[in-house]
Design a protein around this ligand. Structure first.
Ligand SMILES: C[S@@+](CC[C@H](N)C(=O)[O-])C[C@H]1O[C@@H](n2cnc3c(N)ncnc32)[C@H](O)[C@@H]1O
Length: 350
């Protein structure tokens, strides 16, 4: 056999696993399942052929491939089991089958960023804008005049309505005194479904001259005449009188329970809660989950133009929906990324 001298010297440091000789030469390639073609070596002394397993996949630097592989790894699918050439396709398949979702965090002004979303591009909007009550946010002044505030709300609501799909739902959290003023504007453009209330029992904020505030209102609107989706079984609650004859009949006919009332009682996210971030007004994820389950299906795209601590995105992640969240404050965007990265795939964080 003829070998070039320079090739022989290059592998001086290798030694034969059998006879320990240093006379090692390159000898073709071995086709492997996980690492593609890898260099094969041969011992000149005992003719033993071997390969070096450095423990790494031969991964070309295709970022998409790397992301898929990392995702598979974090999801508990051993990347070693993934045939390397197929990692890209397998990743795509995995996303499709397991409905791995994407969660986009956009740090910017919602009106500017909403303009970049195509018409009818999202399936559902759930949002909780600043209430104009002087809350202390990092980079947003929450104390405009009422006219200025309502004008601003109408600007971003116009964009929201444009990007919402026909038949899609809008859930708008706010204080009742703001939502009351926004209703006439929304009634002209969307179909009103329900004025709902989130009641949160509190022991603080008592006033000597007023009743204690313990509610947010949630306006539920549909684009077009009727909702494309209302998954009533997914949000069904146990019947209050399950022994009633008519209820027993309904259960027999497959009913999963009663559709929730339009008043929801959930505590505020407490400081001691594991879920609490430094954001001053976090909405409880289980409350958001009800609206997301009712008005979207798995794999749908949900928009929240006021991300805050990204509770909507978090709920979407739990429920296998994709999400886009916009937040003006960089610090809150960082909080959101951290909160989501704990569970979400690494893909598509901005
Ligand atoms: C009421 S909080 C949302 C809280 C959120 N629902 C949660 O559960 O964490 C409103 C958020 O809107 C953000 N914000 C204010 N003006 C904005 C704008 N023009 N564009 C995007 N976000 C804005 C504020 O920084 C604040 O974090």
């Amino acid at each position: 056999m003829k070998y070039k001298n320079n090739k022989q010297t290059k592998y001086k440091k290798l030694s034969c696993p059998i006879c320990k000789s240093n006379l090692i030469i390159k000898k073709g390639f071995r086709k492997t399942e996980n690492r593609g073609l890898i260099q094969r070596f041969s011992c000149k002394n005992c003719s033993y052929r071997f390969v070096i397993d450095d423990g790494f996949f031969r991964m070309r630097n295709n970022p998409q491939k790397i992301i898929y592989a990392l995702d598979l790894f974090y999801r508990g699918v051993s990347t070693r089991k993934v045939q390397f050439k197929k990692v890209f396709n397998m990743g795509r398949l995995y996303y499709k089958e397991k409905r791995m979702t994407e969660h986009k965090i956009i740090c910017g002004d919602c009106i500017e960023e909403l303009k970049k979303i195509s018409d009818e591009g999202v399936d559902l909007i759930v949002t909780d804008p600043p209430f104009n009550i002087g809350k202390i946010y990092n980079s947003y002044a929450d104390n405009r005049s009422r006219e200025e505030y309502l004008g601003w709300c109408k600007s971003w609501l116009n964009e929201c309505i444009r990007v919402l799909k026909y038949g899609g739902a809008l859930y708008l959290f706010n204080y009742p005194e703001n939502n009351a003023f926004l209703m006439p504007f929304l009634n002209d453009k969307l179909t009103f479904k329900r004025w709902m209330t989130w009641h949160y029992p509190v022991n603080t904020g008592m006033s000597p001259t007023n009743f204690t505030r313990s509610q947010h209102s949630i306006l539920f609107y549909i684009k077009g005449d009727k909702p494309k989706i209302f998954n009533k079984d997914d949000i069904a609650e146990p019947y209050r009188n399950p022994t009633d004859k008519r209820i027993l009949e309904r259960i027999k006919n497959g009913s999963k329970g009663k559709t929730p009332y339009d008043v929801f009682q959930f505590n505020l996210v407490k400081n001691v809660s594991k879920d609490k971030t430094s954001h001053p007004c976090q909405i409880p994820v289980p409350l958001l989950e009800i609206f997301i389950k009712a008005s979207s299906n798995k794999g749908d795209l949900v928009l929240d133009p006021f991300g805050g601590s990204f509770s909507t995105a978090h709920a979407c992640k739990k429920l296998d929906r994709n999400s886009i969240s916009i937040e003006i404050d960089k610090h809150y965007c960082e909080i959101g990324k951290m909160r989501l990265q704990k569970t979400a795939p690494l893909k598509n964080f901005i």
